[in-house]
Design a protein around this ligand. Structure first.
Ligand SMILES: [Zn+2]
Length: 230
């Protein structure tokens, strides 16, 4: 077994360094201000700021410029965040459809949460040893890629962790995670998690097509949410 398999099948998510969350929150606040002040997004990407840290896996400095990108859904294939693998820069595609499909800017807290998790997803790719050390590309369906599993697993764990902080949600979340309905978008769970619906469908996809990912995701949630909060 190759050494990197231990990372792919680790019972913990890839972990961004301390302080990253604060930087991400700062960037998200700037994005909201830009969106509120701009009537129309300009043609060229707007530089919002930078996220800078020491990559805990290769100990090298990691710098990502964060841009707001004014692209159409067709141009981006409906992808909200993209990371340029050469430069490490991250582009957030804030087109009209994104705002409409994400309850739009009226619900600022929801929009902030979504943007934060999209940034975390891309930053998880930026520290992923599978990408950096092996320059590995995978010729498989998006959700089956080990790199996407790690990034979505980080994202899903973050949502569950936030909801789990509230004591009244704990029993329901525990039941949901051990039950056969894990990954089904049930009404009460949708409300508690406040998670974009596509993440439920990704879990459902893994359940049906890639059960080893589900086993792994559950372990990570158990270790990082249930154990960590008990
Ligand atoms: Zn990704």
């Amino acid at each position: 077994m190759n050494w990197y398999k231990n990372i792919i099948f680790s019972s913990r998510n890839l972990k961004l360094p301390e302080g990253t969350e604060e930087q991400v929150r700062g960037i998200v606040d700037k994005i909201i201000i830009s969106l509120q002040n701009l009537q129309n997004l300009p043609e060229d990407p707007i530089l919002i700021g930078q996220i800078n840290f020491i990559n805990p896996y290769n100990k090298q400095n990691s710098l990502s410029n964060i841009y707001l990108n004014n692209k159409t859904v067709e141009e981006t294939g409906n992808t909200v965040a993209m990371r340029d693998r050469q430069t490490g820069d991250i582009y957030l595609n804030i087109y009209k459809a994104f705002l409409l499909s994400h309850k739009n800017l009226i619900d600022i807290n929801y929009t902030k949460k979504i943007l934060k998790e999209h940034l975390f997803h891309e930053l998880t790719h930026s520290i992923d040893p599978k990408i950096i050390n092996l320059n590995k590309t995978y010729d498989m369906y998006e959700y089956d890629k080990p790199t996407e599993f790690d990034a979505y697993s980080r994202e899903i764990t973050n949502y569950i962790n936030t909801a789990y902080k509230s004591e009244e949600n704990q029993a329901l979340l525990k039941r949901y995670m051990v039950s056969n309905s894990f990954g089904e978008p049930l009404d009460d769970i949708i409300n508690i998690l406040n998670m974009p619906i596509n993440l439920f469908f990704i879990i459902k996809y893994w359940k049906e097509n890639n059960p080893k990912y589900i086993k792994q995701l559950r372990q990570r949630i158990f270790n990082e949410v249930i154990i960590a909060n008990s």
